[in-house]
Ligand binder design. Structure first.
Ligand code: GDP
Length: 296
């Protein structure tokens, strides 16, 4: 699904999340472990205000494990509770429940002290498109989808999904927009596949990805495509395109390399993890990234 984010849509998306906040105890925010900053909504803190929040770095199976650790340490320093998960395989899902319990402990202790009957923790999943919200909801729900009816304050018909005895999840996640007016954020999201290919220039994305990889993971390109250092570090990226295209037999008539097909195939391999577990952002790199962008 491609979502065109116009100001009206943003306001609506924001309103839909804000409306639900009154009936939930904790927000579960999904980000992409490969690009944790680029894949978050720029106004998320303001939108969820003072609700307890758990940040999930999803698709950790595709991200560089060392970089993911660096991000987790970074968030810990900031006082944001964060865990790395893989919603597709279910890795890390148990920790979601225990983290939600921790985050809501004070509130539930207070409720108990007032003699209010204990109930399940109510949670809402939010995140930008393609970050894995539906995958996570389905995985958490397993066979436990239970219709418990509407709750006051939620305007649309909402269904709550039981996750064990401990948690109830709203079945429709909050969809938020990324910070796409920033060119670098757009390139990072496109590299990882969060932005539909029909609305981006694949060759441009591949140029960015190649420049990034040869800076941070040079061996990946060398090994996957059997590339010499001369080609890898040539001043221009064209020899790299030519090498990969030729290697994969992506030729047009006259023997020219088909750059569109080359970009498409290269990015598909990259996003599927065929070049290994890679992260495209780390907490310490922002200044260096600006340098790569200036050169492209
Ligand atoms: P949503 O738009 O946020 O609901 O995202 P989806 O749940 O539809 O997921 C988008 C794509 O990411 C789908 O192709 C999923 O199979 C894939 N995906 C979701 N979670 C993971 C994960 O943890 N690892 C990997 N490798 N892929 C995932």
């Amino acid at each position: 699904m491609t979502i065109q984010w116009f100001p009206g849509h943003m306001a609506k998306a924001r309103r839909q999340v804000t409306e639900k906040l009154s009936v939930i105890d904790v927000v579960i925010e999904l980000a992409d472990a490969r690009v944790p900053a680029a894949s978050r909504n720029p106004m998320i803190d303001e939108i969820i205000s003072n609700k307890p929040r758990l940040l999930l770095l999803n698709k950790a199976d595709l991200a560089d494990p060392r970089t993911t650790q660096a991000w987790l340490a970074h968030y810990e320093k900031q006082g944001v509770m964060a865990i790395a998960i893989d919603a597709q395989s279910g890795q890390g899902l148990k920790a979601i429940i225990t983290s939600c319990q921790l985050l809501t402990k004070e509130k539930f202790d207070k409720m108990r002290a007032k003699g209010i009957k204990p109930r399940a923790i109510r949670a809402l999943i939010v995140g930008i498109p393609n970050v894995g919200k539906s995958t996570l909801i389905n995985k958490l729900a397993r066979k436990n989808i239970a219709k418990t009816g509407d709750r006051p304050g939620v305007t649309q018909a909402q269904q709550w999904i039981k996750v064990g005895k401990e948690i109830e999840l709203l079945d429709t996640p909050g969809i938020l927009w990324p910070k796409f007016e920033d060119q670098l954020v757009g390139l990072r999201l496109a590299t990882t596949g969060a932005i539909k290919d029909s609305i981006i220039n694949l060759q441009e994305v591949m140029v960015y990805a190649i420049k990034y990889l040869r800076e941070y993971y040079p061996n990946v390109l060398k090994e996957r495509y059997d590339m010499s250092e001369d080609i890898l570090f040539s001043e221009d990226v064209v020899p790299i395109f030519d090498h990969i295209g030729r290697k994969r037999g992506l030729l047009m008539s006259g023997g020219f390399i088909d750059y569109d097909k080359t970009s498409d195939l290269f990015l598909r391999e990259l996003r599927a993890g065929k070049l290994g577990r890679l992260s495209f952002e780390n907490p310490a790199m922002h200044r260096e990234d600006d340098k790569i962008l200036e050169e492209s």
